[in-house]
Design a protein around this ligand. Structure first.
Ligand code: UD1
Length: 428
């Protein structure tokens, strides 16, 4: 695992282009299995999670290559229907291959994902929905660690999700695209990354209606065809860097930003006192004062405030002039930064019964040796380090490389004093 060293206190200034979206790329990469041909994915971020998904594609028999940020996948010779335990344990999003492999081969064997550091993250919604589509599911091992799903004919049906789960919605879509008949998803997730995978599939010949709404209709087609698809910029990476301006102070112009998908984040950044100017796909964020507190910040499914931005806003609010409360409503264990931020001088009280974090802002954080526990939490500690007085070391920074192409390069370009402390950073 690599570490990041930051000497805090430098304001952020300049211009930064936002990378392609991780959470759009991962389901689209899984979806390439459904297309017995070539998929060209442009603006694909070169991050560890993507490299991991590409390794799985190769295990399944696909050919892959890169041309700068374009990932080319040839799925015509794919012939393996099993995703090994190692892969799923390493990265939970591998579960998206469940729907994609099942949809193409009518059979899949995949490890049951365990919990991860931000919460239990079960897959009951995925499996309950898929079972309704004339798919049989059996556990291959007594401990329930491997699932085998198969069907002689996948049949579209009506599916009511009890919660708008992003992964379950994507897995149902992937199972339904080549199925017989029509699948209707009620209470589907509305995250932009659902629209993204649908748009890729439609480009390849799928029939999907209701994009961007909680009601999706997928009419099965016989096959998909070669497709070129441009992945949107990453709304969470953009939000992370904007939150950094709020905490560290400065004046930054972000280019290639997914403005439409940033509404709740921009709204909160305005609330904490940032000046935001939007022009086409560019967003200028300015802040030269201590952040203002936010009475209550709840995480919600889209279009609510994203759980993936919660840790970064927590860092901002530790520096606010007053008290704020965060209510994490999506993942139960997403407060792992509290101990590290406290080490840096933050004042945060966790209320176990309500899952609330009560934050009393301090005028200054100070540098410390801290540890990333997950991807977004790690990025939030980097923001804290940039804002703090003195030197901060963030250990286990490999978590951050799962989702940010090069967080040090980006903050360095904005005037931050930041570097990786070890070599062989990306093991692609
Ligand atoms: C996706 C995103 C992740 C984001 C999350 C919520 C990707 C690769 N990951 O994760 O970055 O934080 O959406 O926006 O796009 N749940 C169940 N049973 C299930 C499925 C989910 O109980 O079968 C629960 C989860 O434990 C969690 C909640 O539903 O509490 C939301 O999970 P979900 O929307 O499925 O998130 P992911 O798809 O895992």
């Amino acid at each position: 695992m690599s570490s990041i060293e930051i000497i805090g206190g430098k304001q952020l200034k300049g211009e930064l282009k936002i990378q392609g979206s991780k959470n759009a790329a991962l389901p689209v990469i899984a979806a390439t299995i459904l297309n017995k041909g070539i998929s060209k994915l442009k603006n694909c971020p070169r991050i560890l999670d993507v490299f991991h998904m590409v390794k799985i594609l190769e295990e399944l028999g696909c050919k892959t290559s890169w041309e700068e940020n374009t990932l080319i996948v040839d799925s015509s010779k794919a012939d393996v229907t099993c995703v090994s335990e190692d892969f799923v344990r390493k990265m939970r999003s591998s579960i998206l291959f469940l729907g994609a492999i099942l949809g193409r081969f009518h059979e899949v064997t995949i490890a049951y994902p365990g919990g991860c550091s931000i919460g239990k993250r079960p897959i009951d919604y995925h499996l309950n929905a898929i079972k309704k589509m004339n798919v049989t599911e059996e556990f291959l091992q007594e401990d329930g660690s491997m699932i085998h799903c198969y069907s002689d004919r996948i049949i579209g049906t009506d599916i009511f999700l009890e919660f708008p789960s992003v992964g379950a919605t994507q897995n149902i879509i992937l199972t339904a695209v080549l199925a017989t008949g029509v699948t209707r998803i009620y209470n589907a997730a509305r995250e932009p990354e659902i629209t993204e995978v649908c748009s890729y599939l439609i480009g390849a010949g799928a029939r999907i209606r209701g994009l961007g709404t909680a009601y999706l209709e997928i009419e099965g087609v016989k096959q998909l065809q070669d497709v070129e698809f441009y992945l949107s910029p990453d709304r969470i990476v953009a939000g992370t860097y904007m939150a950094a301006v709020a905490a560290v102070k400065g004046d930054v112009l972000f280019t290639h930003t997914p403005v439409r998908h940033l509404d709740s984040t921009l709204h909160i950044l305005q609330k904490v006192g940032c000046r935001i100017d939007v022009n086409s796909d560019q967003v200028r964020v300015r802040n030269f004062q201590r952040p203002l507190p936010v009475a209550v910040l709840n995480t919600k499914p889209y279009p609510g405030f994203p759980t993936d931005m919660q840790s970064q806003l927590m860092t901002v609010l530790t520096l606010a002039e007053g008290k704020s409360t965060i209510l994490e409503e999506i993942f139960e264990s997403r407060y792992q930064n509290v101990e590290d931020l406290t080490k840096m001088g933050a004042r945060i009280q966790l209320q176990k019964d309500t899952n609330a974090a009560e934050i009393t802002g301090v005028a200054q954080l100070h540098g410390a040796v801290v540890r990333a526990h997950d991807l977004r939490g790690g990025a939030a500690l980097v923001i804290a380090g940039l804002a703090a007085e003195g030197t901060t070391i963030v250990h286990d920074a490999t978590y951050i490389e799962r989702g940010y192409e090069d967080i040090c390069r980006d903050f360095l370009a904005l005037g931050g004093d930041i570097r990786y402390c070890s070599e062989n950073r990306l093991d692609s």
